[in-house]
Design a protein around this ligand. Structure first.
Ligand code: F3S
Length: 401
């Protein structure tokens, strides 16, 4: 017996009348709802499933997916987070056939369940764009933060299994950030620094994440922000400690109707310096330059192509552009791909620097993503955070200067 209020249809699923996958999914959702005192399930408009890389899933995760794929079919628009490899171009990126075979089995299980094999952490750039106020169940942390903060949709940060369960049922337990009363800011962050590059936005995320640990920041002092700025900020602020929701006065939805919290912190130049000092290691030669954490928008790809025009990537360095396959297809059409690839850069579609099996392959990485640095350190690499221009220069010279 569950304490949650279930509809007849939900009870039938829980009893197994709609098959194994629906039953298993309902068990996951009800268990989660009970832990967090949800009163009921709520319909979701879309789902984004993380936990796609075989590198993280392993054999047990693959078995779990295969079981669900026997009779499970998603009920709402469901997209996938990056996988452990570029699904087409994996050989060129140094992935072994053994890994590719396992990764393809994972993808096959998702495909059989009706999941769109998008393999991106920016589903909002490729057609899964929730509307303001819509309940969704997304799992990748930067995408969750973007959906909550920039779009004004409502989602908790789902784990891979709970997101997939939500997709197979079309619902998620209504608790946490699905409830209006939990979406109020609790710390005022006044930003007194000038933000010029995406790496500055990443460093700001480091500063605010540290100061607003597990709180919802209300941010003032930021005059303007592009979609790419916000995308970068979403990735770092949640990686470094904040809840996956923030408000920026005058920029994000609902910011003008929030009460400014009493607790106040200020971000000044010294904090930004501290962020860069903490993220950066001593790096002279750069083995890998990776742009696209979160996955690149077409505007970022255009800038990369512009910076690489008539230049060549150093033979000592690899340059990876991580993006969705759909954005890459657009880049193919426009001609950016030709410019980037003839300069020696490579697209890493469907994957990213955190979920690809990179451990031991590269000693150092340069990137314009503060989140990318966090995960690269976990992969044993020395990290360097800089502007896109700095990173492309590093790719061309093979050095950080
Ligand atoms: Fe996306 Fe991977 Fe970065 S999932 S946010 S590119 S760590």
């Amino acid at each position: 017996m569950t304490r949650m209020r279930l509809t007849k249809e939900e009870e039938k699923m829980l009893c197994g009348e709609e098959g194994y996958a629906a039953k298993k999914s309902m068990e996951i959702l009800v268990a989660l709802g009970e832990i967090y005192n949800a009163e009921a399930l709520v319909n979701v408009g879309s789902v984004q499933v993380a936990g796609v890389s075989y590198h993280n899933l392993g054999e047990a995760g693959l078995e779990f997916l295969k079981e669900l794929a026997r009779d499970g079919r998603v009920k709402v628009l469901t997209t996938l987070n990056p996988a452990g490899m570029d699904l087409k171009n994996w050989r060129a990126l140094g992935i072994t056939p053994e890994f590719a075979e396992k990764q393809n089995r994972v993808i096959d299980a998702f495909r059989r369940m009706g999941v769109i094999i998008s393999c991106t952490c920016t589903p909002y750039l490729i057609g899964s764009l929730p509307r303001y106020g819509e309940h969704i169940a997304w799992s990748e942390s930067s995408a969750v933060t973007f959906a909550n903060s920039v779009i004004g949709a409502k989602t908790n940060r789902e784990g891979g299994p709970s997101a997939l369960a939500a997709a197979l049922v079309g619902k998620t337990p209504c608790y946490g950030l699905h409830l209006e009363e939990n979406r109020a800011p609790d710390v005022h962050v006044d930003v007194k620094v000038y933000l010029k590059t995406l790496s500055d936005w990443g460093a700001l995320g480091w500063c605010i994440g540290r100061k607003a640990e597990n709180k919802i920041p209300y941010i003032t002092g930021v005059g303007k922000a592009s979609l790419d700025d916000l995308k970068s900020f979403c990735a770092s602020v949640v990686t470094y400690g904040a809840k996956p929701l923030f408000f920026i006065k005058g920029i994000t939805p609902d910011s003008d109707r929030q009460q400014i919290p009493k607790e106040k912190v200020t971000i000044e130049d010294q904090h930004m310096k501290e962020a860069f000092d903490s993220i950066n290691d001593e790096v002279e030669t750069v083995d890998l330059v990776c742009i696209g954490c979160p996955h690149c928008s077409i505007r970022e790809v255009a800038r990369i192509a512009g910076l690489l025009h008539s230049r060549k990537v150093s033979s000592n360095t690899e340059l990876w552009i991580a993006t969705s396959r759909l954005v890459k297809q657009l880049a193919d059409e426009i001609g950016y791909t030709r410019t980037i690839e003839s300069a020696g850069g490579r697209f890493a579609c469907d994957t990213c620097m955190a979920v690809a099996p990179l451990k031991g392959r590269f000693k150092s990485v340069a990137t314009n993503s503060a989140k990318g640095c966090y995960y690269s350190r976990h992969n044993g690499m020395a990290t360097r955070l800089g502007s896109l221009e700095d990173c492309i220069n590093a790719a061309v010279t093979g050095k950080w200067s």
